[in-house]
Design a protein around this ligand. Sequence first.
Ligand code: NAP
Length: 518
Amino acid sequence: MITLTSYVLGRWHEGRGTAATLHNPTTEAEVARASSAGIDFQAVLAYARDTGGPNLRKLSFAERGKLLALMSAAIHEKRDELIQVGLENGGNTRGDAKFDIDGATGTLMAYAQLSEKLGARSFLVDGDGVQLGRTARFWGQHVYVPRTGVAVHVNAFNFPAWGMMEKMACAILAGMPVVEKPGTPTALSAWRIAQILVEKGCLPEGAYQFVCGSLGDALDHMGPQDVLAFTGSSATGAKLRGHANLVRHNVRVNIEADSLNAAVLAPDVDASSDAYGLFLSNVALDMTQKTGQKCTAVRRIFVPKERVKDVTTDLVAQISRTKVGDPSDKDVRMGPLSSREQFDDVRAGIERLAKGGEIACGGSKPIAAKGYFLAPTLIVARDGRDATYHREEVFGPCAVILPYAGDAATAAELVNLGGGGLVCSVYSNDQSWTEQFVLGVAPWHGRVWIGSDKMAEQALPPGMVLPFMVHGGPGRAGGGEELGAERGLHFYMQRTALQGFKGSIEASFGNATAVTAG
Ligand code: NAP
């Protein structure tokens, strides 16, 4: 049994008292314990602000980018070991574990490359300057400067590597020190990464702290220059956003929450087209990759009502090619749910969803005597407007086919019943239908993925979060935004409007020698 520790105040801390237990979801054996009891969180935050912040802010973007490259290389060097940990603690197949780890190292490298473009400065110039007075002598210019507080990052269990590194890449490059808290059920992977980063000395003193277990009273000690970035369920997100101390100090909060992501098959796509093949393979991948425990996975599949029968048959055939079982078996493509709690939640969720439709494959019954195994489950709803399907997130290998009739505007209106999503994918070769649909769903989504015959060969799947595109979504998805190249840095920086003599402003803060913030 491994005892997970926290890295705070420049040393490893072992929690005392009651600890959370982590399991191997394949065997249900206990693998580790985690507790943060005894940590002085006020001191942790002060240490980050007083030591880590100044250590980072004295570096330029290019120098901070080198730290990210170091982190990426250090994690990549231990890739095989981390894949094994993901298998034991997360129930990941080798492919799923690689997806998490390579996502982490790839995002770090993408931001390391971006830092070269940002160069020797330590602040960003935002747009062009503007004449404010009667003549150009009185001039205005917006800039972004790093905040002088600490970034507290609360991460979900499903991507222990990628989730933590995508937040860290932006915060460290912007110049803010971090306190990272992983989701406890899969904290063994995150802890091993923390050990690697500390052993390699990737970051300057105070820039990186890592808390395994609860965050204690940390939020009570956050202040106006601090930021909180959270990834997890809407319910926890709402609780944190409403935290009295965060509200009192207007602490900047970013919420990445859950989402009933949609895939929409347009009426024009016929069964022999490349777009249809892409639709089938993407939906099946989303349902089974990471055992459906992906915030961007498709939960609602919209199909023209006269095509539902055929599409259901084709999707069931596609899904049934996925071998489910012990993730250490190299032929297995889908492992167990990550924890007992997840297993119980998903089973109960499938039962709720099944009430309004028919189960086409899978179901809530366990498929093994031991371990948290379920089959991929496809449900066909009787009524595409049934509110349950636009409200309930079942965070596992489960999706619902919803029949629709009508034009692109009607399809968009149905999709938007989800209340705000991370990603909506649409499959169509009809330019005007697509245009109308995209304009209809875009206000309700952080990302719209447009599939057609033309891009079928080259497309990365819609469930994939890319460092140069924004990730997040309005409404139920949390209302937050992460990544998107330079945009990801803005959360960690203060935008300030400078007004004064044009010559002075341009000499120190102008565009001529700096890169414009995007
Ligand atoms: P969760 O139960 O909301 O937990 C998320 C994180 O919040 C964990 O680190 C958890 O710690 C922590 N937490 C819970 N209560 C807290 C409190 N009162 N104060 C401070 N921290 C608290 O979500 P999850 O089960 O880990 O993740 C699954 C959910 O995340 C799904 O709904 C999924 O859609 C969503 N998700 C969204 C995104 C996105 O980018 N939008 C990405 C991934 C996942 P413990 O683990 O120690 O309880």
